[in-house]
Design a protein around this ligand. Structure first.
Ligand SMILES: [Zn+2]
Length: 210
């Protein structure tokens, strides 16, 4: 017979930032919770896949059952000359809360660690860059966390985008795709997701060539 306590603990322990002990705490908390509340939680988890879609352009998750692309990607009033690359959906939400960015987005879906772990959506990124270039893309804003992993990931993105950025002396500098990173204000080691709106607005206004 399977062990429900252990099985659910194992499932919780797979969540980001949750260790085995905390996973067990969740399980015992749920055991002490009325059955109706547990059922409600199970239902919410089940429904998640039915009510949320992944945007085929920026790859963020959004509420909706019909549209292929999210409201940011379909909003014609947004600036198509800028494409901001963020690590995850929560970072995108933080930038939106700051309210000063009006361009497009792309969610990388992770970071690369210095030990070679982690994965980012490389193929998808190149696909959207190709597409956006046909629609007037001029600048890519690298909005990754100011951590060593964020910088390592930025290096890889720079490498991927190199073919679109011929050397300045090649004579094609006029249509050279600009690459920038968030500027001063974002303290070293800070994660985008937890940065306050004012800091983000400042970092965005002070972005520098990358
Ligand atoms: Zn989108």
């Amino acid at each position: 017979m399977s062990n429900s306590i252990d099985d659910l603990s194992t499932a919780f322990a797979r969540l980001p930032g949750i260790g085995p002990r905390q996973a067990k705490r969740f399980v015992y908390y749920l055991l002490a919770t009325p059955a109706a509340e547990r059922a409600k939680l199970a239902e919410l988890i089940k429904e998640l896949g039915n009510n949320v879609r992944q945007c085929s352009e920026c790859l963020r998750y959004f509420n909706g059952t019909r549209a292929e692309i999210c409201n940011y990607c379909s909003d014609v009033s947004r600036e198509s000359a800028q494409l901001m690359i963020v690590e995850k959906d929560q970072d995108l939400a933080a930038v939106e809360r700051a309210g000063s960015y009006r361009g497009r987005y792309f969610v990388l879906g992770g970071v690369l660690t210095l030990t070679g772990k982690g994965a980012i959506r490389e193929k998808e990124l190149l696909k959207i860059v190709e597409k956006r270039l046909k629609n007037g893309l001029k600048e890519i804003v690298l909005a990754l966390s100011a951590t060593s992993e964020g910088e390592h990931t930025a290096d890889r993105v720079r490498e991927l985008l190199a073919p679109y950025r011929p050397p300045e002396r090649s004579g094609r500098a006029g249509d050279r795709l600009k690459l920038s990173t968030l500027g001063r204000g974002l303290a070293t080691g800070s994660e985008l997701e937890y940065s306050d709106a004012e800091t983000l607005r400042e970092a965005l206004a002070n972005r520098k060539d990358a």
